[in-house]
Design a protein. Structure first.
Length: 448
């Protein structure tokens, strides 16, 4: 072989040898590289984006399902035009739920564990709601569990009859307890011409009390609007960017106790504050987009309504409420302030009848009570007027098992706050725990 040919051969062999070495090195590199662990929060972020679209899609089939949305308008517009079917939504919910449950959360901080649970429970809720819209019938208790993540107690009529016996001894006059109660309450109705000034004052006071304990954005605000023809007394429509529209139903006479109840429940430290904190602490603060959408028929509503009702006690505890009403609200409304204590003895007893709503809803939705029987039971045990009883059944027609969120939700929130030291004799701790709850993804099953 000529020298030149030998040189060429050696060069070719060198190239092959180098390629062989490189191949071996690459193989070893691949064997040595350990896949980077997935970031649970980023996985949840991806699922949350689909979750928002899912909830908006559900609203195209059941208007009012989404109570508030303050995310990207383009996403809502896109979903509105998508024509997504209920079958597709249910399939998506099941796939997302499986993805959520498969995420490895070992060693993660509590807030992320709560976030994962929040998404899982909300997905279970929407899956059950899709079944209902498609015609599947749930019992009252099944609906409460599947949609709202809670199991309401069953109370016999005798439980309420004992309370009514106490009212019977307390109320003056003749006639049934229901008739005497409503005659008594008529003396404490805010005159129509006084409603605006009295309600505005209650909102102002509730806001001032709340701001002493919870830091709110400088631009937070609400608008007040009077409406008619609704099945509820008051409603908060959260618009995003720390702004709410609060509506008050003027078809229903406004008793003096309902002034503070509605001002606190819908405003401070109730729904308005809850939504402001979720928007700023979670949606914006952590970038958790699932908190830009608020589905009405979901586990979250138990916390929303329960905290709004318990928040009344937080802002206006016991004697403080009576003192404020005696000195400020009763005179503003033109009512006899010497009767405040008398009124609240009756009020405290009637509050203990709240669970009648659940029992009526259970019987009515399960087909045990017809409409007339449901209304009669509300008159007999809830002590409502026939007109208010009819309005309450219309509420059950529209919102069904949602009624449990007000009373059971309040009790669950109270038990949770007090178990963490937020008792009535420790108001600072009570406010601190209350704010922490409103700023978290906690749902009923995580109140432990």
């Amino acid at each position: 072989m000529r020298f030149k040919d030998l040189t060429v051969l050696l060069n070719v062999l060198s190239v092959f040898f180098i390629l062989f070495l490189f191949s071996c090195a690459e193989s070893n590199i691949k064997k040595d590289v350990t896949p980077l662990p997935k970031n649970p929060n980023e996985e949840l972020n991806t699922i949350a984006e689909s979750y928002v679209r899912l909830m908006l899609g559900m609203d195209t089939h059941e208007r009012g399902y989404v109570d508030a949305y303050y995310g990207e308008p383009a996403i809502k517009e896109e979903v509105e035009l998508s024509g997504v079917t209920l079958a597709e939504l249910k399939s998506e919910a099941e796939e997302l739920l499986q993805s959520v449950n498969e995420i490895d959360m070992t060693g993660e901080e509590e807030i992320l564990l709560l976030r994962r649970q929040y998404l899982a429970k909300q997905l279970e809720s929407v899956r059950a709601r899709i079944d209902m819209v498609e015609g599947i019938k749930f019992s009252f208790d099944e609906e409460a569990k599947f949609i709202f993540d809670a199991t309401p107690p069953t109370l016999p009529d005798s439980f309420f009859e004992k309370i009514i016996e106490e009212l019977d001894d307390l109320l003056p006059g003749e006639g049934s307890v229901s008739e005497r109660l409503n005659k008594f309450k008529a003396d404490f109705i805010v005159p129509d011409e006084k409603v605006d000034v009295v309600f505005e004052e209650a909102i102002r006071e509730a806001r001032e009390r709340t701001k002493k304990h919870i830091r709110l954005p400088e631009n937070e605000k609400f608008e007040l609007e009077y409406v008619r023809g609704k099945s509820w007394t008051g409603y908060n429509w959260y618009k995003g960017n720390n702004h709410s529209l609060i509506q008050l139903n003027r078809d229903i006479p406004l008793s003096i106790d309902r002034v503070i109840d509605v001002a606190s429940h819908e405003g401070y430290p109730g729904h308005h504050v809850y939504n402001v904190l979720l928007e700023n602490k979670l949606a914006k603060g952590r970038g958790w987009v699932e908190f830009t959408v608020n589905p009405l028929y979901s586990s979250q509503s138990m916390i929303s309504e329960g905290s709004a009702n318990f928040g009344i006690e937080v802002a206006f505890p016991g004697e403080e409420r009576i003192k404020y009403e005696r000195e400020i609200l009763f005179p503003l409304a033109g009512l006899d302030s010497t009767r405040v204590e008398e009124y609240y003895k009756v009020f405290e007893l009637t509050e203990r009848l709240d669970y009648v709503d659940n029992e009526v809803a259970r019987g009515y939705l399960n087909g045990i009570l017809d409409r007339k029987q449901a209304e009669e039971k509300l008159v007999r045990l809830r002590l409502l007027t026939p007109e208010r009883a009819a309005q309450r059944v219309r509420f059950i027609d529209q919102y069904r098992a949602y009624v449990i969120n007000y009373n059971l939700g309040k009790d669950l929130v109270r038990e949770y706050i007090e178990s963490r030291g937020g008792t009535s004799d420790n108001p600072e701790k009570r406010w601190a725990e209350f704010e922490a709850l409103l700023s978290s993804p906690r749902l009923p099953s995580s109140l432990n």
